[in-house]
Design a protein around this ligand. Structure first.
Ligand SMILES: Cc1cc2nc3c(=O)[nH]c(=O)nc-3n(C[C@H](O)[C@H](O)[C@H](O)COP(=O)(O)OP(=O)(O)OC[C@H]3O[C@@H](n4cnc5c(N)ncnc54)[C@H](O)[C@@H]3O)c2cc1C
Length: 304
């Protein structure tokens, strides 16, 4: 209930603009977001790379103009240039959202987003790193997977993301478990109806296990994106005979567990968002854990 309300608030342009312009929110948001600008984000990435890997996300989604889509693309190209110039390409990749690159624009938005994503993949390849295409809400799943397939023709190491809460995902895992296929498996962060998604926690977790088995038994490279201790243990069991996979967690979520896994010799990648368009991302993080909401409200009220 609270989660649905937060996810619906995340789509409100008015709330988004008010929150993103409020100086009060920034210190709280910084728990999950590595600052508004690239310099700060790269400094955080550098620290994390001491023991982990990183996937950087220039925040933004649901772009409403071609100019915004171009700006988002340029931001990624500048980011990748800096990653290359600063010698971090072996540990730092990028995550992109097709809706930030123009996918939802009328008259050719899908093609525009695919072209913009291809430019980003080309720049990533030229500096020696990779791109993973985030998965957004259910209305975009087919188009996003289609774009990943198109990108993989020239850039076979482009990562896909699958969401275990969708009923279709076990079949998508089987399709995407081919040689070299990088697939991030997450539970899913949007508010989806029961016609297409499991809504019960236990059902989502059971689906995650089934999907993970398919990926771990396949020939690709599973990227196990969860903070759930039971699923992490399950992944360790499945992976006992296989070294070729990684754990992924969000910046600011269970950092001690991230470091412990890295110390135990696991490959751990931190998803690191930065930028000023933080509102929808932040609201999804609040929705995942009601305690975050209390922390957020307390910090706002304690400043008055
Ligand atoms: C690297 C990465 C990339 C992702 N990319 C996508 C994507 O492209 N598309 C998409 O839909 N979703 C994405 N997600 C989000 C994902 O779908 C889940 O919403 C999110 O990870 C919470 O699920 P969980 O597996 O951690 O399990 P949960 O059962 O939600 O959480 C397990 C435990 O982890 C901790 N935890 C989880 N979330 C939080 C939080 N926000 N704050 C504090 N503690 C928390 C708590 O201790 C909780 O008990 C991504 C997640 C990760 C880690």
């Amino acid at each position: 209930m609270l989660r649905s309300a937060l996810l619906s608030a995340a789509r409100s342009p008015g709330l988004r603009s008010a929150a993103e312009h409020s100086a009060l929110a920034r210190p709280v948001v910084d728990r999950f977001v590595a600052g508004a600008d690239l310099d700060r984000a790269l400094a955080v990435a550098r620290q994390l790379t001491a023991d982990r890997f990183v996937s950087m996300d220039h925040l933004g989604e649901n772009t409403t103009s071609r100019a915004q889509a171009e700006d988002a693309t340029s931001a990624y190209l500048s980011l990748l240039d800096r990653v290359g110039a600063e010698g971090m390409a072996d540990r730092v990749e990028v995550s992109i959202k097709l809706s930030a690159l123009g996918a939802a624009l009328p008259n050719g938005g899908a093609e525009l987003a695919t072209d913009n994503a291809a430019s980003i993949c080309a720049r990533a390849a030229s500096v020696g790193t990779t791109v993973t295409v985030d998965m957004e809400d259910r209305t975009t799943t087919d188009a996003t997977l289609e774009t990943v397939r198109a990108l993989r023709r020239d850039f076979p190491d482009t990562g896909a993301v699958l969401q275990a809460y969708l009923r279709r995902t076990e079949a998508d895992c089987a399709e995407l478990a081919g040689p070299g296929s990088r697939v991030r498996l997450c539970k899913g962060a949007y508010d989806e109806p029961s016609s297409v998604a499991y809504r019960d926690r236990a059902e989502v977790d059971a689906s995650y296990r089934r999907c993970l088995r398919v990926l771990m038994n396949g020939q690709g490279y599973p990227m196990v994106a969860t903070h759930d201790p039971a699923l992490i243990t399950y992944a360790e069991e499945l992976a006992a005979a296989r070294g070729n996979f990684e754990f992924q967690m969000l910046y600011g979520v269970r950092p001690r567990a991230q470091r412990a896994l890295a110390q135990a010799g696991r490959r751990v990648r931190v998803y690191l968002p930065y930028g000023s368009a933080w509102f929808p991302y932040f609201m999804r993080r609040l929705g995942e854990r009601p305690a975050n909401m209390m922390f957020f409200l307390r910090s706002l009220t304690s400043r008055h």
